[in-house]
Design a protein around this ligand. Structure first.
Ligand code: MIG
Length: 813
């Protein structure tokens, strides 16, 4: 391996670069120093804080009733606003030692105007109590402590362990990113003896986050392993679950934030941030599904991507020239492997200049996309935020020239252009908080849409800077931020959200009759409105594969339903067995894409020989026949916020056996999958929740509520269908749209009582017409009678004419 001049690839090169390896020193000594440095960096994060040393908010001296709730005035001049958004959604906003500011802005929130539901407030000398139909918020005046109770049972759901706190004395100033940009604020909640924690978006961690702590600071972390934190995304939303009762907390604060679920203390789960407001939303379930629906109402429902986004995708850093892209696609077709999308990584550009094509490698991109289009394949191009800063003034590059002229680029406080170093070398970043800059950026995508590019893949948007990945080099970079002119401490974590927004809205304007398809690496809460995601630069290892499941399910529990990971792993050399097992996870993930680093061993499905290729084909084909089912579960995510790729706890939250189960997953309500995540293993234990289950491959029936042991030779992923399900299955396809979904066969898996039901969602798969009711959702039911199974249509919704298609009903026995 070699390090190319100045670029941080392969990853070990960047690490050396950060340590500043002296050229003459002996390598082993350097290695030790390097390890030491990592240890020191790693330990500064959470343990440095003891929130009990912070200043506590003062006791309540008066209470004002407002239209939407109450304002509490505190002894230390702090103010707390409690707003009732819905019977199960309460906002808590605190301002320390000064009144709540009039300015109230968040990039994450999709819905600001809620119709206040009926509510009441009552006061005694000790407490103020707010009641809605579902929640009781009990506020103790002195000290100020907030409790959330179930309005019907009065059962405690969540309670402050400590009054809300702020770092008035600047005790934490030495550890915070930018002490000038804000003051540490924190909230502390009682840790339930049996409380489990879920969510927090993309973390290289297990499903149940109890007894762990995390930091949010979007970071480019190639080759991350379990425990690496932070990585690319910030979703400051989590759910607590105790005795089957769930609540959610969305701490809407984009500064570097901290979440500790009983790691530093046995008493508390706390969260805090290095600035901004203590501003959180409390969601009450008790069901997780209901919380996810509300979270989607608040931060945005994922729009449907085009149906072909559920197709199989192939990528590589990088396929070029155009003839090689054609070769890849031809190989797929020749080998009878389904394929919908091929990705062009950074080498398609002219010297990494975004919005350009390299003329030698891709002389006629339109001809290429037309040709591939005739084979049923779409092209997605990568777009990074770095715009090349021309090395000499005479170089003309439209993206730079226009952006400079319009003053859309980020600048330091002293007015200098901020010049990070990324793939193009010295570059500039756009200030996406400027509405006109977002519009301009979106419009720049015309070069892609005109050339038939079907989707955009945003990378490096943490934003990554080879000069310094910690953000220190960007400390004094100012963003417009709706007039606040705030700095990096506040804007880093929302950079990707706004870039994705600019891209999505641009694609909407450029192709109004098509659904945009955007993929992102970094994110902040609300990202689901604009982009799908993948989990960045994983390793081609078994450990990395095992992380797929808790990462996908946690993302799903954090409002990001469309997720996936580089199949086979990104960095290093995989093998046929790992690749097959990786497909056995991802063939049911929303984003199903094989991708590999520039210096990794090739890993397209055929690269390890026919034996493995045949198994991969089996799973890709199965994915395509299951598309009617997958699309139906994806639409459910759009509508209800409940993701397709689920941890078992989401469907069985009363069953404690599911609370930390993260080597199995479910797709929708009906399919349970228990992949093999270790080499040379062909047998495993599978937990089946209570009820009747059918082995997908053999139709053998099991009664759940127990562990079973199943065989899983390399060509088998253990998979079970819930008794009571009807699974819609379509014809075998090489790509989406090759033929209509006709016939559609409903495989009926009756439950113990002989009943089953299922749903089929259909629309044109391409246009935004579904948003105005042009879809068809059909609910079917089946019942075993004396003369066999009887099926009926329970309900039909929507105005879409799905055309004549044949439905077959097959009872699985
Ligand atoms: O510094 O575009 O995560 O998928 O292939 C590496 C090159 C930049 C990181 C992405 C990866 C992509 C690669 N990129």
């Amino acid at each position: 391996m070699f390090c190319r001049g100045g670029t941080p690839w392969p990853p070990h090169c960047s690490l050396y670069a950060r340590v500043g390896r002296p050229r003459s020193a002996a390598p082993t000594k350097n290695m030790n120093r390097f390890v030491l440095l990592i240890v020191i960096l790693g330990s500064t994060s959470v343990s440095a804080q003891d929130i009990t040393t912070l200043e506590k908010i003062g006791p309540v001296v008066s209470v004002q009733r407002t239209d939407k709730g109450v304002t509490l005035n505190c002894h230390d001049n702090s103010q707390v606003q409690i707003s009732i958004l819905a019977p199960d959604l309460i906002r808590v906003r605190a301002s320390f030692t000064k009144p709540i500011p009039a300015r109230d802005h968040s990039w994450a929130i999709a819905k600001e105007n809620w119709t206040t539901p009926r509510w009441n407030v009552s006061e005694t000398s000790d407490v103020v109590t707010i009641t809605t139909d579902e929640l009781e918020v009990v506020i103790r005046r002195s000290p100020l402590l907030i409790e959330f109770r179930d309005a019907r049972t009065h059962q405690l759901i969540n309670a402050d362990e400590h009054p809300m706190s702020y770092d008035a004395g600047g005790r934490l100033a030495s550890m915070i990113f930018d002490p000038k940009a804000g003051m540490f604020v924190a909230a502390s909640k009682k840790l339930g003896f049996d409380e489990h924690f879920y969510g927090l978006g993309e973390k290289a961690a297990r499903l149940d986050k109890r007894r762990s702590s995390f930091v949010n600071w979007n970071s480019d972390t190639p080759g991350y392993i379990e425990g690496k934190d932070p990585i690319y995304q910030t979703i400051p939303f989590y759910m607590g679950l105790q005795r089957g009762i769930a609540y959610g907390i969305f701490f809407d604060n984009s500064y570097r934030s901290y979440f500790d679920f009983g790691k530093s203390s046995q008493q508390r789960a706390w969260f805090g941030a290095e600035g901004g407001e203590l501003n959180y939303y409390f969601f009450y379930g008790p069901s997780i599904k209901k919380i996810l629906g509300r979270y989607a109402d608040l931060t945005g429902h994922m729009p449907l991507p085009p149906l072909w986004a559920l197709g199989n995708q192939q990528s590589r850093w990088s396929y070029y020239p155009d003839s090689m892209v054609e070769e890849v696609v031809n190989e797929y077709r020749k080998r009878d492997l389904p394929l919908d999308v091929v990705h062009l990584d950074i080498d398609y550009m002219n010297g990494y200049r975004v919005f350009t094509f390299n003329k030698e490698r891709f002389p006629d991109p339109k001809a290429l996309t037309d040709k591939l289009g005739r084979q049923g394949v779409k092209v997605v191009t990568i777009v990074d935020p770095g715009i090349k800063h021309p090395p000499d003034k005479n170089e003309r590059y439209h993206a730079f020239d226009q952006g400079l002229e319009k003053n859309f680029f980020q600048r330091r406080r002293n007015g200098d252009l901020f010049v990070p170093r990324v793939w193009p070398g010295e570059s500039v970043f756009v200030d996406y908080t400027l509405p006109e800059a977002r519009r301009w950026w979106g419009d720049l995508h015309r070069v892609y849409t005109d050339n038939g590019i079907a989707g955009i893949w945003n990378d490096m948007n943490e934003p990554s800077d080879f000069v310094d990945q910690t953000g220190k080099n960007q400390l004094d970079v100012v963003s417009y931020d709706e007039g606040e002119k705030s700095t990096h401490a506040k804007n880093r974590n929302t950079f990707a959200l706004l870039m994705a927004r600019a891209t999505y809205e641009g694609l909407e304007r450029l192709r109004p009759d098509r659904r945009p398809y955007v993929i992102t690496r970094a994110a902040y809460a609300g990202i689901q409105r604009y982009a799908t995601m993948w989990t960045g630069d994983t390793n081609s290892t078994w450990d990395a594969l095992a992380l797929n499941i808790p990462m996908f399910t946690s993302l799903g529990l954090s409002g990001e339903p469309f997720v996936g990971s580089d199949i086979g792993g990104f960095i290093g050399r995989g093998n046929g067995e790992l690749l097959v097992r990786s497909y056995q996870v991802s063939f049911l993930a929303p984003f199903c894409r094989n991708h590999k680093a520039i210096d990794g061993y090739d890993q397209e499905p055929w690269r390890f020989g026919k034996y493995y290729e045949d198994i991969i084909r089996k799973y890709l084909k199965l994915r395509y026949t299951l598309l009617p089912f997958l699309y139906t579960t994806l639409e459910e995510a759009h509508r209800s916020g409940v993701p397709p790729f689920r941890p078992l706890v989401l469907n069985y939250q009363d069953d404690p056996n599911t609370y930390n189960l993260d080597d199995q997953f479910m797709v929708g309500n009906d399919l349970l999958v228990a992949p093999i995540l270790k080499p040379d293993v062909s047998k495993r234990l599978v937990y089946l929740p209570a009820g009747l289950w059918y082995d997908y491959w053999t139709n053998k029936k099991y009664t759940g509520g127990t562990m079973i042991s199943v065989e899983a030779p390399l060509d088998v992923v253990p998979m079970f269908v819930r008794g009571g399900a009807m699974i819609p299955v379509g014809p075998s396809l090489n790509y989406v749209g090759e033929k209509p979904f006709d016939p559609i066969t409903f495989n009926i898996y009756p439950d113990e009582s002989g009943a089953a039901s299922g749903t089929l969602y259909e629309d044109d798969g391409l246009s935004p017409a579904y948003k105005t009711g042009v879809f068809r959702r059909t609910t079917f039911s089946a019942r075993r009678g004396p003369r066999g199974i009887v099926t009926s249509i329970e309900r039909q919704e929507g105005t879409y004419n799905a055309g004549p298609r044949k439905f077959n009903f097959v009872e699985v026995k």
